[in-house]
Design a protein around this ligand. Structure first.
Ligand code: PMP
Length: 548
């Protein structure tokens, strides 16, 4: 098999990384970092539409972290450098590490970087050079090997006489845990080596060595905002070590590695962590149990991913179905996504998914005009990731999800060059389909929802009845043809399709002087009404005619 995974990919042929005339030569065994195949590559290779392709390879959470601070100030000062001290971020990181851990880390013990990757590079250039060696497990996160080779040092497995020991806990890709006691013992037995413990996934399981930093000045812990916090795009990570060790690293780091807005968002999140770790761990165990029941060798894994041992390359068959995982010669690593998306992967592997806690559905639809994928979680917190190619529609759906407290991911690609008609209609129809699937039997729901939402001069009302009687009364009193590039008359028809596919009664009226407000108020009101209707009712849906 071709390992498109993170494992070191050694090529025997001429190495492109040797570079131009004056580049420092690299050993033959050097291979640059490789990402898994992209959505576009897999879609082209397998003859699929990009929206039919699901990525389970990045070890990032399905929903983005949300900025917990107003950002206007950061963006109003883009001409200035961030404070190279990063005191706010370092204080927040120290506070986060100390909370409930018994550690007493000071802010000056934190060294910030552009992701844990940057700090791996920093550790390598601090402790490695030609003639030195670093201990690395044969299969682990590939950047330890890459940074070791880039600094002219030799990667070895053994720990005797090395300058740096790389350890990842929990391990990537297997999710295996090493006890903190064993890592501390390793550091004590090798006081002349820097022992770098990469705790990128520690929020998902395993025990941190942070409380032992004072005792072990050769211990360096790496953390990231990319995993549990969902901020991989921001590129924020930090190292923590005993004060003297942190000072050594601090002296060698780049002057301002993190963008000011990224540093502010990360600091706010570290001060008040809001993650989905608990539900992701539950989901990991649900997925693993289904795999084990189907006969797969899926050992306990402590990250936000599951490891499946296999020499048969199940990743190849998955890719044919538009499912991207990290592939290794002896197994695949599956990053957890939303439960209904994980169920698609489980079924593709022939496993039977167990019951899911929250009500949720994933709908994938392709027609000659549009291709789209929607994941809708009813027990959400109002987070949305919407990309339809029509900015104003994205905005309206984001409002709807927020006011309904649904989690929504919606990716659509359509014949927008022709007109947006199909996309608007198909997206709302598929959203209705996702709602109807997520609702399941509808037993126990409140059934009715009603909301009046004013927006300045505009005023919208929405009323919902979830008993299975598909009916729509939509009256949006628009005065112009287009708002934000969207032909607004399409919205009424699209909301009718939503009601038909959701199989419920939907009334929405909205009027005012500003068409932007008319549309926004309508979607907010619909969201508010949905939130009430899908909530648990008192003893189940009540209808004189039963559930049908
Ligand atoms: N360490 C490990 C073990 C990882 O798996 C990753 C990302 N895949 C990183 C570090 C890089 O994290 P960051 O996004 O903070 O650079």
């Amino acid at each position: 098999m071709t390992a498109s995974g993170e494992g070191p990919t050694v090529s025997g042929s001429a190495n492109p990384s040797q570079g131009g005339p004056n580049a420092v030569p690299l050993p033959e065994a050097f291979a640059p970092y490789r990402w898994a195949a992209t959505v576009e590559e897999v879609a082209a290779r397998q003859g699929l539409d990009p929206v039919e392709v699901l990525k389970f390879d990045q070890n990032t959470p399905p929903f983005p972290g949300v900025a917990q601070i107003p950002l206007a100030e950061s963006f109003a000062t883009l001409n200035g450098y961030p404070s190279g001290l990063y005191r706010e971020l370092r204080e927040a990181a120290a506070g986060y590490l100390n909370a409930g851990s018994g550690a007493d880390v000071g802010w000056e013990q934190i060294v910030v970087g552009a992701g844990a990757d940057d700090l791996i590079m920093l550790c390598a250039r601090t402790y490695l050079a030609p003639g030195r060696s670093a201990s690395i497990f044969p299969r682990t996160y590939p950047l330890y090997r890459i940074s070791t080779l880039l600094n002219g040092a030799e990667p070895v497995v053994d720990v005797a006489g090395v300058s740096l020991i790389w350890r990842c806990n929990p391990e990537n890709p297997t999710g295996e845990v090493t006890s903190a006691a064993d890592l501390v013992d390793l550091a004590r037995r090798h006081p002349d080596a820097a022992v770098v413990v990469d705790e990128a996934y520690i929020e998902f399981g395993g025990e941190s060595v942070v409380p032992w930093l004072d005792e072990c000045p050769n211990l360096i812990v790496l953390r990231t905002m990319s995993k549990a916090f969902g901020y991989a795009a921001l590129r924020v990570g930090y190292a923590v070590a005993a004060p003297a060790t942190a000072a050594v690293l601090e002296a060698r780091r780049a002057p301002a590695p993190i963008a000011a807005p990224a540093a502010r968002i990360a600091a706010a999140a570290l001060r008040d962590p809001r993650t989905d770790v608990v539900s992701e761990i539950e989901e990991r165990e649900r997925v693993r149990a289904a795999l084990v029941a189907a006969g797969f060798d899926a050992p306990p894994a402590a990250g936000n991913f599951v490891w499946v041992r296999s020499d048969a390359d199940p990743g190849a068959a998955l890719e044919e179905q538009g499912i991207i995982v990290r592939r290794f010669p002896d197994g695949i690593r599956i990053t957890l996504r939303r439960p209904s998306e994980n169920d698609i992967l489980l079924r593709a592997l022939g496993a039977v998914p167990g019951p899911v806690q929250g009500r949720e559905a994933t709908v994938v639809r392709t027609s000659t005009e549009t291709a789209l994928r929607i994941t809708l979680g009813l027990e959400g917190s109002g987070r949305a990731h919407v990309r339809t190619g029509i900015g104003f529609l994205d905005h309206l759906l984001t409002l709807l999800a927020f006011h309904a407290a649904f989690d929504l991911e919606c990716i659509a690609g359509g014949d927008l060059d022709v007109d947006e008609h199909h996309t608007v209609e198909d997206v709302l129809a598929a959203l209705g389909g996702a709602l109807q699937q997520a609702l399941g039997t509808r037993e126990g729901v409140a059934r009715y929802g009603f909301a009046v939402v004013p927006m300045d001069e505009a005023r919208a009302t929405a009323a919902i009845d979830l008993v299975r009687r598909a009916h729509a009364e939509i009256a949006l009193a628009f005065t112009v043809e287009r708002v934000g590039g969207l032909v607004v008359s399409l919205l009424s028809h699209a909301l009718e399709r939503f009601a038909m596919e959701a199989g419920c009664t939907v009334h929405v009226e909205s009027s005012g002087a500003d068409d932007h407000h008319i549309a926004e108020a309508a979607f907010k009101a619909l969201g508010q009404a949905l939130r009430q209707a899908v909530a648990p009712g008192d003893g189940g849906i009540r209808s004189t005619k039963g559930l049908a």
